[in-house]
Write a protein that binds this ligand. Structure first.
Ligand code: ATP
Ligand code: MG
Length: 238
């Protein structure tokens, strides 16, 4: 009789071309993943593709909490790559919630709000875009002049997300090199770094800096934005 593997890692595929093989077939489940990078490096497009693939290939529900772009802007961006998010938004499989500063200020608790959506929709993947904007919108007590408050907020934020066991992965965008960057990097299970170097022939790139509970490729790989979506070109191939 073979020994039963009690603690095998369940792996979550992004279905992004060339990406899952960098993580031995997928990201370990119940992971909080930071998508870290400067503006325009592809964090939102990566999130939209993960959302679309989850809806289409895995028949999962997705919750997208947007603190930067409006729902229509996200749907239009996805449409440019041929990902019909409107269909899933219309049939209720995808919930996009776009917040503005007044809405955030009026919330008694942002966490109660997130938990309400999680409990009513039961999404398997949750996207928070972005932590940088969320902390900014939350008001002065979390702004960069009060670093310790930022740390406290981030601690509560990650702890609250961990409470929801049915969620497979969270993707959280954030601008790198900000005051929230360093503590968030410690608290997250994984960090995926996006870069765009104008004067390098490499152009866009992606690199997995950290991924708990799995081995991961740590090289920097070229990230192509093709007409149909993202493609990671692994070093030494293609
Ligand atoms: N249809 C498209 N085809 C090719 N490239 C595109 C297309 N749409 C957007 N881009 C590129 O993607 C970039 C935007 O990517 P994205 O919105 O994912 O960045 P981001 O990392 O989320 O930035 P921010 O931090 O400002 O939100 C644009 O600056 C542009 O260079
Ligand atoms: Mg973005």
């Amino acid at each position: 009789m073979g020994r039963k593997k009690l603690y095998a890692t369940t792996r979550i595929k992004t279905h992004i071309k060339g990406f899952d093989e960098l993580t031995q077939g997928g990201i370990p489940n119940e992971s909080i993943i930071l998508l870290s990078g400067a503006p325009g490096t592809g964090k939102t497009i990566f999130s939209l593709e993960v959302a679309y693939n989850a809806l289409k290939n895995d028949k999962e529900k997705v919750l997208y909490l947007s603190f930067e772009e409006k729902k229509n802007a996200l749907i239009t961006q996805a449409d440019q790559f041929g990902w019909d998010l409107k269909k899933y938004s219309d049939n209720g499989k995808l919930k996009i919630v776009a917040y503005d500063s007044e809405e955030i200020a009026s919330k008694i608790s942002f966490f109660t709000d997130i938990h309400f959506f999680i409990d009513s929709i039961k999404p398997k993947k949750i996207i928070i875009d972005s932590l940088t904007s969320l902390t900014f919108l939350l008001g002065s007590e979390y702004k960069s002049d009060g670093t310790s408050n930022v740390d406290t907020f981030l601690y509560q934020f990650f702890k609250n997300l961990k409470k929801k066991e049915d969620v497979l992965i969270y993707l959280i965008s954030q601008i790198d090199r900000t005051d929230i960057d360093i503590p968030a990097r410690y608290m997250a299970d994984s960090i995926i770094e996006f870069k765009e170097e104008e004067y390098s022939e490499f152009g866009r790139s992606v690199c997995i800096k950290k991924m708990r509970r799995t081995q991961n490729d740590k090289n920097v790989h070229m990230l192509e934005m093709s007409k149909t979506g993202l493609r990671v070109h692994k070093l030494g191939s293609d």
